[in-house]
Design a protein around this ligand. Sequence first.
Ligand SMILES: Nc1ncnc2c1ncn2[C@@H]1O[C@H](COP(=O)(O)OP(=O)(O)OP(=O)(O)O)[C@@H](O)[C@H]1O
Length: 373
Amino acid sequence: MAERLQTERPHQTERPMIEIRNVTRSYGSFKALDDASLTIKEGEFFSLLGPSGCGKTTLLRMIAGFDNPTSGLISVDGQSMEGIPANRRPTNMVFQSYAIFPHLNVEQNVAYGLKRLRLERSEEKRRVEEALAQVSLTGLGKRLATELSGGQRQRVALARALVMRPKVLLLDEPLSALDKKLREQMQVELRRLQQAVGITFVLVTHDQYEALAMSDRIAVMFGGRIAQVASPKEIYQRPVNRQVADFLGGMNFVKAEIVEEDSASLVLDTLGFGRVKTDKPRAFVRNGGAATLGIRPERLRVLWDNATAKFEVAGKVVERHYFGEITHLIVEIPGLEKPLSVTETNDFGADDIPVGTSIRLAYDPEALVAMAD
Ligand SMILES: Nc1ncnc2c1ncn2[C@@H]1O[C@H](COP(=O)(O)OP(=O)(O)OP(=O)(O)O)[C@@H](O)[C@H]1O
């Protein structure tokens, strides 16, 4: 396993590539970014994720040098970026609106930034060809930008950034203009490309699935502040609060009371799930005796016929929604103020359960997550 991971991420190291230290960006009294601190490692695919207006583009633009912090420090590859203009930074940015020149062909577009390096013609050609191969556009060099599909144009924009061999590639919602299917295909390609070239990628996105699918780590942001930085799996399975949990897909929230607490675990009393012991999240800040217990809809499973489970809750189906391969059931549980949302595959007939049926749901206590609010 360790060997496989190494080949998958040959370039990732523990060395800090980008350091953000107490960075604030104010517009008058409004803080678009509020005291953000973050370390992005060499070779990492890192995403800044959050709703519109949370400050993610502001942070990306300051790393690129298109904007400056009101206070705080940004360094890239061990060097402070203070006073260093965008074109002298070891970073390159790919924009949402491809920003490629319609009157130039693909090769000329890709070679554009290289001109100021005054390379030998043969070297320039070699680098352009290499960049086109990296984004699977070999053979399309003579095409005009206007003769390309949206996906191909996005690749030209990528090649144009890669040809400069930056230490860090900054991507501002690069896939948001593409349709769903192409976007999903490009997500896989972008991830592969990042692993092949080994450059540190920083992606800005408001799409949680995109961030989960592509990133080594994610920073989730709200209102100018970083709420959580962790791997996709940890962010999804162990969100630090309701806001993060909610933003990363569906989550059932159950009111709980803290009855015991030590450094690593919590014992909670709930109405629907009884008394449960859970891991204590790292950033757990006690807010009196109340807490929230969360469980993802897909971690609740329908118990068929006489099957039993060590951990189960019983209730009644009040709504059923069909989504092709899965069905969403809304299940009322005595004692719970809100019904539970359950996602079940249709392999066993969840799509045929009549509304009004009494059912039992199994869960793994490992899937229960405690949150402070
Ligand atoms: N030049 C400016 N003057 C005043 N406010 C600004 C300026 N630029 C950005 N802001 C504000 O700062 C906040 C953060 O903006 P930012 O563009 O970083 O958000 P975002 O998370 O990238 O959102 P989106 O996904 O919509 O691009 C927003 O409330 C925005 O209105």
